[in-house]
Ligand binder design. Structure first.
Ligand code: ADP
Length: 482
């Protein structure tokens, strides 16, 4: 690490070393090497960050929305200015192929551009009253000090997707990045300062143990809003903690995306988009295709083409030219994925390609081959639990009704995909799939303009779109007798 600032925490407006000098290691998942020792913040820094947020909130809230927006857009431009540096930092700490990391920097910047524009469109309303003597006003007000808890799979974009919305609405935010990937968040924090985000409005608080952090922030009544992206398991813990002070939550939790391919689909497009959806970030996204459901009359043909495309994806260090599948984030992720493959095979699935570890530069620990499993039973582990790895189970169906029933048979409800050329069916599916996001002939629907979020155990609240800003607003009703 060359930039010392990035190993300190951004507490209020100042870069601070940790209380007592505690630091924790960040490792390159491709090599296992320690790449940085990062400030391990504790209760003193968390309190200082919230104190600074509270102090800075009134001025930020009252600042003209156009000014807040201009600062956000400038922050986004700085991300793009430093795109290559940020992409390399991301690949180093997260492992994703460099081309994907560059894509994520642009995606992260797009949220700042979008929310920078949306800041000017936070509008209230005047409603007709039931009696002549009253005027009814709805005033959008920022909810207050906010906290983001972000995951390791999109170390930069999840920071800007949350902070962009909060800051646009007029709220300060303290971000706690995932232990595995604090460097991208710290780099984003440095650029926010350069863009003119005032002291206290954004803090970045890495910590080696997130559990005391969660306890501390929900114990502090000044925290009015927490936005979390991560596992359903942790999301449920946060729901419990939020009861204490009735803290408002947005939760973007696990997914188990069905990818439906009908016989009338353009199979070339379906294969290409399924590869993109399934194998992006090595399968480590919450909207990755997790069950591929194919109409039986085209199943063999789809499986043949899909397995050929998957098998051709180069696996390796994210910095190597042409690599499409990097390392998984840690050993536990590898063990989980391999257990799902073994379970599917034990249930009679055929391995069409992959199936195990791949050697990269003499190392095998974190590299899993793109794996396609055909003839998987719907009750196997990979069809029930989120995979978060490059493993694609293919199942068959005979009718639209069966496809919908199979697709909805899960406690999750984040993203679903359907490929068909029948416009009537497309519309029926858009309505019948019980998911927050439905991609019709589109394997990569996420974008800053649209609301992103789930139903059922995939969580609640929306990020992106105009809905994203609303998560940080309170609609104050003013009843006025002039
Ligand atoms: P994953 O299993 O993908 O690592 P997690 O849900 O464990 O997902 O982590 C997502 C984010 O939640 C990370 O920033 C992590 O540090 C944080 N986290 C994990 N457990 C807790 C907790 N008990 N309280 C607050 N944050 C937590």
């Amino acid at each position: 690490m060359s930039e010392a600032a990035e190993t300190r925490a951004l507490v209020g407006g100042t870069w601070t070393g940790p209380d007592g000098g505690r630091r924790f290691p960040v490792e390159n998942p491709a090599t296992g090497e320690t790449i940085a020792l990062v400030a391990d913040t504790g209760p003193a820094e968390w309190r200082a960050a919230l104190d600074a947020a509270e102090a800075a909130f009134p001025a930020w809230r009252e600042r003209p929305a156009g000014e807040r927006g201009a600062i956000l857009r400038r922050w986004g431009e700085l991300l793009l200015r430093d795109r290559e540096r940020l992409a390399r930092l991301m690949t180093l700490e997260q492992g994703k192929p460099l081309a994907e990391a560059r894509g994520e920097v642009a995606y992260a910047a797009s949220f700042l551009e979008w929310f920078g524009e949306e800041a000017r469109r936070i509008e209230g309303s005047v409603r007709p009253a039931a009696t002549a003597d009253k005027r009814l006003l709805v005033l959008p007000r920022p909810i207050g000090t906010s906290v983001a808890i972000t995951p390791w799979n999109f170390p930069l974009a999840m920071v800007t997707r949350k902070a962009g919305a909060a800051l646009a609405a007029g709220c300060p935010m303290a971000v706690k990045p995932a232990e595995a990937t604090p460097l991208s968040a710290l780099a984003a924090g440095a650029l926010a300062v350069e863009a003119g985000v005032p002291a206290g409005i954004l803090s970045v608080l890495p910590t080696a143990d997130p559990v005391p952090f969660g306890t501390a922030i929900f114990a502090d009544a000044r925290v009015r809003k927490v936005s979390f992206t991560g596992s359903t398991e942790v999301g449920k813990i946060l729901i419990g903690l939020s009861a204490r002070h009735v803290t408002r939550l947005s939760l973007e939790l696990g997914g188990h995306a069905p990818f439906l391919v009908f016989a009338d689909a353009d199979l070339d497009r379906a294969v290409a988009d399924c590869v993109a959806s399934k194998f992006r970030n090595g399968g480590q996204t919450c909207v990755c295709a997790n069950r591929i459901l194919v109409e039986r009359s085209v199943l063999a043909e789809f499986a043949r083409r899909f397995a050929a495309a998957a098998a051709a994806l180069p696996v390796g260090d994210g910095f190597a030219e042409g690599v499409r599948i990097g390392p998984l984030i840690d050993d536990a992720a590898v063990a989980k994925v391999l257990a799902q493959v073994a379970d599917a095979v034990a249930g009679g699935a055929e391995v069409a390609c992959g199936g195990g570890l791949v050697e990269v530069a003499g190392r095998t620990r974190r590299f899993v081959a793109p794996t396609v499993l055909v003839g998987v039973g719907p009750d196997r582990l990979c069809c029930r639990e989120e995979t978060f790895g490059p493993v694609a189970p293919i199942l068959g169906f005979d009718s639209e009704a069966e496809a919908i029933a199979l697709a909805n048979d899960t406690p999750y409800g984040l993203a679903a995909y359907a490929f068909t050329r029948d416009a009537g069916r497309a519309f029926r599916l858009a309505e019948a799939l019980d998911y927050g996001i439905v991609g019709i002939n589109d394997g990569l629907p996420a974008t800053a303009q649209a609301p992103f979020g789930g139903v059922k155990e995939s969580g609640f609240g929306r990020e992106g779109g105009r809905e994203g800003v609303r998560e940080y607003l309170v609609e104050r009703f003013v009843s006025w007798r002039p």
